[in-house]
Design a binder for this molecule. Structure first.
Ligand SMILES: Nc1ncnc2c1ncn2[C@@H]1O[C@H](COP(=O)(O)OP(=O)(O)OP(=O)(O)O)[C@@H](O)[C@H]1O
Length: 355
């Protein structure tokens, strides 16, 4: 199932004009405040009328349908639960309101989001994270053909956020519907996104698979230097109980990571911010850093500031590193050159390691 949209709408002085496709999985819409992300999600859900265009979900044209007939689940920043009903009541109500029976059974949704122990509670007796899980359960039980998640974790503190992320990863990996996701958090985007649409002033400026966008020097002005980097998917190949380090294999080599909760054989995905990679022209010796690998420079991009973004390829994986213009000139960096990248194992934030 996928979503194709072509939306034109005007609100006051703001114009949203966007064409995009969201395949099954998570498509993150990322952009500055006021770029139109919420308006876009609301238009998909039928909460905002479009002036012209088309919204097609799984082959069905939804453009003229009212919100309650679009089968779009919507999750807001704040969970909106019915306060007078228990968690069970909230979930059953959402299921009843759905247009048809959800492909996942009630029990599957309870298991997926681990809601079993919460069923008898009222919304007041839930933590923010628990309430958001229940709200997500409600959205799933309404048998959606598409899910819109508008900054669903932004009201939660860091600890809670990291406890909920695995649920969203599980949902992403087990569902075949498009999930439109808005966040301002680069780490959250790197963990969840299959696709990314970068937005500015009501338009899409760049879009594509997450790995390609995050390591594209052209995306850096829109992502910000801190968000730019490399997302690598791979598998845990070994864990060393004495050092606490784990080895991850990826298309291009191996990386040594800090201790992981994931067991051997599990798929993981990690993010290496561009600013955490050091480059060398020759293979360094006697280093304390554990990860050194060879690559070929594919792009060099000097921005407005003092930095140069260097994209290089190791195996089939594209990496992005940020060096100063001074270093770039001193090292004589050029496209096609062989370089060595150095990454400390501690550069990987264990909380940022997902599946
Ligand atoms: N009904 C309206 N009338 C006038 N302007 C509107 C209306 N609705 C939205 N806007 C404007 O449209 C622009 C986009 O708003 P939107 O909430 O979609 O942005 P956003 O990217 O989600 O921002 P944020 O990241 O801050 O949530 C804003 O400038 C907003 O003020």
């Amino acid at each position: 199932m996928s979503l194709d949209l072509d939306i034109h709408l005007k609100r006051g002085r703001f114009t949203l004009e966007i064409q995009a496709t969201a395949p099954a999985g998570v498509t993150v819409f990322f952009g500055p405040s006021g770029s139109g992300k919420t308006t876009l999600l609301r238009a998909v859900a039928g909460l905002e009328a479009v002036d012209r265009g088309q919204i097609v979900i799984g082959g069905s044209d939804m453009t003229e349908r009212p919100a309650h007939r679009r089968a779009v689940g919507y999750l807001f920043q704040e969970p909106r639960l019915l306060p007078h009903l228990s968690v069970l009541g909230n979930l059953k109500f959402a299921q009843k309101m759905g247009r048809k029976v959800a492909p996942q059974s009630f029990d599957e949704v309870i298991a997926l989001l681990e809601l079993g122990d919460l069923l008898e509670r009222t919304p007041f007796a839930l933590s923010g994270g628990e309430a958001q899980r229940v709200a997500l359960g409600r959205a799933l039980l309404s048998a959606p053909k598409c899910l819109c998640l508008d900054e669903p974790l932004s009201a939660l503190d860091q600890g809670l956020k990291h406890r909920i992320l695995p649920y969203l990863e599980r949902l992403r990996d087990r569902t075949d519907i498009p999930i439109l996701y808005v966040t301002h958090d680069a780490a959250e985007m790197a963990r969840l996104a299959d696709h990314i649409v970068l937005m500015q002033a009501g338009r899409s400026v760049l879009s594509g698979p997450a790995e390609a966008i995050l390591s594209d020097p052209a995306a850096v002005p829109y992502l910000g230097v801190r968000a730019a980097g490399t997302v690598i998917s791979g598998q845990v190949m070994a864990r060393d109980p004495t050092t606490g380090l784990a080895v991850m294999g990826f298309d291009g080599g191996q990386l040594i990571l800090p201790e992981l909760s994931q067991t051997k054989g599990r798929s993981i995905r990690i993010r290496i911010p561009a600013q955490d990679i050091v480059l060398a022209r020759e293979k360094p010796k006697g280093l304390s850093a554990l990860n050194v690998f060879e690559g070929t420079i594919t792009q060099l991009h000097a921005g407005q500031g003092p930095g140069v973004m260097v994209q290089f390829k190791t195996g089939e994986t594209l990496f992005l590193a940020r060096v100063t213009q001074y270093s770039s000139q001193n090292m004589g960096l050029a496209v096609g050159q062989t370089i060595f990248a150095i990454v400390k194992a501690t550069a990987f934030d264990p909380a940022g390691i997902g599946t």
